[in-house]
Design a protein around this ligand. Structure first.
Ligand SMILES: *Cc1c(COP(=O)(O)O)cnc(C)c1O
Length: 362
């Protein structure tokens, strides 16, 4: 046996590394980033703020001031608090770790966000995926059956869902939250909340087992890595015990505090993205070879339905034209011939559309 075989878990050895393609020189529409930077005046002021940060000191691990600002700015109801994560990816890992009793299970609709299953596996939890309907709405009957059978400790519902963009029906979600009851928590993962028409945040007080998870990544701050989850104090106290004490670094803390004083700028950018989303959806829907699914996020899921070219080829031809989107056709059988494109600036969207039309024509 080699050193690697002696020490590394077989399920970890069997994984392939998370691959992030090199995107330099490309129109980058693959990662749901906000295409807009902060205005120059704010960037200069941010620079001055960051210069004052004491890099020689550990962060104060309670993050009281930042948490208070987040609660105030993002509508966390009175009596509820947040736990912060190094991106919501870390929050998902924290929840998995805290709930990893022997035999505990995680349940989520599929296709969904890959980190739910990955994080479950790393923490030793079993993942149960329940297929969505072919139109990517929730199969509520199947979800309720699976919940009764598996009694999951954690249910994830991405609201709206990635990679489909679907905003699940509120009544369906409520049935699921009630069915899970006190045997598990339901996490409403609202990574795309800035682009969606509704949220579970105002309804936290109605459900003891509800956790609302958000991130500033899709809002325009993917680089600083900051996520937060809101829930009742008793639940958060337990999750906080598993959180690495200094998980938010002082630069992220200072940058977030600063940007939270200027949320109007981010909100205006999110509105521009929402407007561009409808325009892009309309333009795509006008192409006979393309079907577009409804999206409440900052991306669109499309299906190539041409007799002479498939999504794989369209993706490759877009790459030749220096446009990078996401090929998700192999992620799940329901996603056959599907591609996911992030909404960019109007100019980037036009570059994508032109390249797509050229790709479909050749
Ligand atoms: C992007 C995304 C996240 C992760 O966000 P980070 O805060 O950048 O880690 C979480 N959930 C969903 C559904 C996402 O699409």
């Amino acid at each position: 046996m080699s050193l690697i075989e002696n020490i590394i878990r077989p399920d970890v050895r069997a994984l392939s590394a998370y691959h992030v393609p090199d995107s330099s020189g490309f129109v980058k529409l693959d990662a749901m980033e906000n295409p807009y930077a902060l205005p120059p005046v704010l960037r200069e002021e941010l620079g001055r703020r960051l210069a004052e940060v004491a890099l020689n000191r550990y962060p104060v691990p309670s993050y009281v001031a930042l948490k208070a600002k987040i609660c105030a700015q993002f509508g966390v109801p009175a009596g509820f608090d947040v736990v912060l994560g190094n991106g919501s990816d870390e929050l998902i890992a924290i929840i998995s770790l805290a709930c990893a009793k022997p035999g505990a299970k995680v349940l989520a609709p599929v296709p969904g966000f890959v980190m739910y299953a990955m994080s479950a596996q790393f923490a030793g939890l079993e993942f149960v995926g329940v297929p969505l309907k072919p139109d990517f709405t929730l199969d509520t009957a199947a979800m309720l059956r699976a919940i009764a059978e598996h009694q999951p400790a954690i249910v994830y519902l991405a609201y709206p869902n990635n990679p489909t963009g679907t905003l699940f029906d509120g009544g369906d979600m409520e049935q699921i939250i009630r069915a899970v009851g006190d045997t598990g928590i339901v996490v409403s993962d609202e990574a795309y909340q800035p682009f969606a028409p509704s949220s579970w945040m105002p309804r936290l007080a109605e459900f003891d087992n509800l956790v609302v998870m958000r991130t500033v990544s899709k809002l325009g701050l993917a680089g600083i890595r900051l996520g937060y989850m809101a829930a009742g104090q008793a639940l958060l106290r337990e999750f906080d015990k598993v959180r690495p004490p200094y998980n938010i670094n002082v630069l992220t803390e200072a940058a977030a505090q600063f940007v939270l004083e200027h949320t109007d700028v981010l909100e205006a950018q999110a509105k521009a993205v929402r407007d561009a989303r409808s325009q892009l959806a309309d333009a795509l829907a006008a192409l006979p070879e393309i079907a577009v699914f409804p999206s409440a996020a900052n991306f669109l899921l499309i299906r190539v339905q041409s007799g002479h070219i498939d999504a794989e080829n369209v993706f490759a031809r877009l790459l030749e034209r220096k446009v990078l989107i996401k090929n998700i056709g192999k992620m799940h059988p329901l996603l056959k011939n599907c591609l996911r494109v992030t909404v960019g600036t109007p100019q980037e969207n036009k570059q994508f559309l032109d390249a797509l039309k050229a790709s479909l024509a050749t």
